[in-house]
Design a protein around this ligand. Structure first.
Ligand SMILES: O=P(O)(O)OC[C@@]1(O)O[C@H](CO)[C@@H](O)[C@@H]1O
Length: 393
């Protein structure tokens, strides 16, 4: 098999060992808050509470313990973690460590064990609260206004809502950041995105449930209803992950809320339910959706699926980190160069919430750094970036 192409000069990977860096804050500040919130929301017993505390301790000061051989995904992690187990968490790449932390969080909550907590989504209370929040209701109503817009304006508006919907990420709001304000686009290649949609298959790699998923589903409905896409494959997480990441259950919950609403939301929800019945919309999960690796290391079946898509839309910050292999690229490194291994056209719709940035022009990069050195993690900016195999020739 041919090796995926990598850029000429490889940038340094982001690691967890630098005090006060963004990864360090995630492990030392976000994770304790997350576990406290989980324990407030879910009445776990002693054994689970102790397991959460032990995981927090281990992930901040110890070595990475492997999974037990009884774990259903033991074999997968033997491959994904063979160089990481037994070394300290601080020495790991951020991408790997954070993903494994979420895997172990499920284990601490008894998700994989025989017993009462098996299969219980420990993030469900937060996800449900978001569906019941006034902001979600306002988003449902906002679909009426979008619906009334002229065609061209409507699709650009739906695209922008899907981009900024990515701020409604519970991992981000747990850190005290609000999803209310939208900022500016640091890169906007949306004019290159629309012509790629030729009525064929579009794959949407979803990110968060709740408000972001609502925006993504509205965009999917537009693609299907207007003939921009003949079919859509929605790639979801097979299990709870990164707090609010969408699983098939979350899609069904969101559709229920839409069809129970009035106006445009109900119409969209109804059409999408029908599209699921007709197989024009397919929900898909894959173990690699929760893998601690970049897309450069994707397995052959996923590679084939992306290759067969007229466009793959990657939602959110983590998918962007995975696309760019979670490295500190000079921000002017072309997005197409960093994603040269990708087997088909790809578009990233992402609010910038971590250190990885590519594809900016030099002037924009300099201005952003000068105006606010923390702009990469504050969610004040977003990017719409597109790369096609032709860009990579
Ligand atoms: O992928 P998403 O939902 O847009 O963002 C995930 C995220 O909240 O998690 C990481 C920190 O925990 C960051 O990369 C990013 O801010």
């Amino acid at each position: 098999m041919s090796q995926p192409r990598v850029p000429h000069r490889e940038a340094p990977p982001i690691t967890c060992d630098e005090p006060d860096s963004f990864p360090w804050q995630v492990f030392h500040e976000r994770h304790p808050v997350l576990i406290r919130r989980i324990l407030e929301a879910v009445p776990y017993g002693q054994a689970e509470r102790q397991a959460f505390a032990a995981l927090l301790r281990e992930s901040r000061q110890d070595q990475v313990a492997p999974l037990s051989p009884e774990a259903p995904d033991f074999d997968l992690w033997q491959v994904w973690g063979k160089e990481q187990f037994g070394r300290s968490w601080q020495q790991q790449r951020f991408l790997w460590a954070e993903s494994y932390f979420y895997r172990r969080l499920l284990q601490a909550g008894g998700y994989f064990a025989d017993g009462g907590w098996r299969g219980v989504d420990l993030f469900a209370p937060f996800k449900h609260a978001e569906l019941d929040a006034p902001a979600f209701t306002a988003d449902l109503t906002a679909l009426d206004h979008q619906h009334a817009l002229a065609e061209g304006e409507r699709e650009q508006s739906l695209l922008m809502t899907a981009v900024w919907g990515n701020l409604a990420d519970l991992g981000f709001t747990i850190a005290g950041k609000g999803p209310e304000e939208t900022g500016a686009l640091a890169a906007d290649e949306s004019d290159r995105l629309w012509p790629l949609l030729d009525g064929g298959l579009v794959t949407v790699v979803a990110d968060n449930s709740g408000r972001e998923l609502l925006a993504d589903l509205a965009l999917v409905d537009h693609l299907l209803a207007g003939g921009r896409a003949g079919e859509v494959s929605l790639l979801l997480k097979p299990q709870p992950y990164y707090i609010s990441d969408a699983t098939p259950r979350d899609v069904l919950d969101c559709l229920d809320r839409m069809t129970a609403a009035a106006g445009a939301a109900a119409g969209i929800g109804g059409r999408l339910r029908q599209a699921l019945r007709d197989d024009r919309l397919r929900m898909r999960t894959h173990p690699f959706a929760c893998a601690p690796l970049g897309y450069r290391d994707m397995p052959a079946d996923l590679r084939e699926e992306f290759a067969a898509s007229a466009l793959t839309i990657m939602k959110g910050d983590l998918n962007y980190r995975r696309l760019a292999d979670d490295r500190l690229w000079p921000p002017t490194t072309p997005f197409a160069e960093v994603t040269a291994y990708f087997p088909g056209p790809v578009a990233a719709l992402r609010t910038v919430k971590s250190d990885v940035v590519t594809g900016l022009d030099a002037e924009t990069a300099a201005e952003l750094d000068a105006a606010d050195p923390s702009w990469r993690v504050s969610g004040t900016h977003a990017v719409i970036q597109v790369a096609t195999p032709r860009d990579r020739e």
